[in-house]
Ligand binder design. Structure first.
Ligand code: FE2
Length: 265
């Protein structure tokens, strides 16, 4: 039996240093074998610093993906490249967006990708939602909604393409695979205050291309099991779109970073 600590949407830039230390102490008190972090750790200027701090205090492998906030005030390729350098410096840090499948145990594997809300779920054209992403991330800023849509589509496609590369390989090797991502891969996993997102919010909260890719792959593997761990909406909920697919969305509160769940595998 292994103990895995999963955290999502910890937004450490919203809290004082003492609260970060307290969270790290709580993680260590669980004596985890590994830690999973599902993105929205900080912003571009401090995400590497927070990850280093976690890696220096928690002497176990740390597998992570990034969330939309982690790119704020920079650009997506710049921050993703910085993560490559960071993981080169810290043996225990692994950015799943750039990684091959990982063995958590001999029968349980791990894959992941940041994901991105790709504008495909709900009603993008009539949505009046304007996320800070569209002002604070270089690629997405300064465009009209109509021009931003293909960019969101492409970010979703990139996430799905990585999953198409790593998930079938992982399913060959492992009976049960965990997929760590930031953005819910389908609307039924997009929880907010006990409800799934409506047509107005869903375009900005669902990575639909990743979801359809997951379902396509898992339909062909009824002998295997997939558990998706996601966040982004800050609302907790669970859904089972197929007998062999379980999606858990982690809740979160700004200013109160906490362990989302302990997984005993
Ligand atoms: Fe987020």
């Amino acid at each position: 039996m292994k103990r895995i600590v999963w955290l999502t949407d910890i937004h450490l830039n919203f809290v004082e240093s003492a609260i970060v230390d307290q969270l790290l102490a709580e993680i260590n008190a669980e004596s985890p074998d590994a830690v999973l972090i599902g993105g929205d750790i900080g912003e571009s200027r401090d995400v590497a610093e927070y990850l280093s701090r976690i890696a220096n205090r928690v002497a176990k492998p740390i597998y992570f993906v990034l969330g939309n906030h982690d790119f704020y005030r920079s650009s997506i390729p710049v921050v993703r490249d910085a993560m490559r350098d960071l993981c080169g410096e810290h043996d225990r840090l692994c950015y799943l967006t750039h990684s091959e499948p990982i063995a958590l145990t001999s029968s349980i594997g791990l894959v992941g990708h940041d994901g991105w809300a790709d504008g495909r779920s709900g009603d993008y054209e009539n949505s009046d939602v304007f996320l800070s992403d569209y002002a604070l991330i270089a690629e997405l800023a300064g465009h009209y909604e109509v021009d931003r849509r293909p960019m969101l589509n492409q970010l979703g496609d990139e996430a799905a393409s990585h999953i198409r590369d790593v998930l079938p390989t992982a399913l060959e090797r492992f009976e049960h695979v965990f997929l760590l991502t930031h953005v819910p891969p389908m609307r039924d996993a997009c929880w907010h205050e006990g409800q799934v997102s409506d047509d107005n919010w869903a375009p900005h909260f669902v990575c639909q291309m990743m979801g359809s890719t997951i379902l396509e792959i898992m339909r062909d593997r009824p002998d295997r099991k997939l558990t998706v761990l996601c966040g982004h909406t800050h609302g907790a909920g669970e859904t089972r779109p197929l007998d062999n697919v379980h999606i858990i969305t982690g809740g979160a509160v700004y200013g109160g970073p906490a362990i989302t769940r302990i997984l005993e595998i």
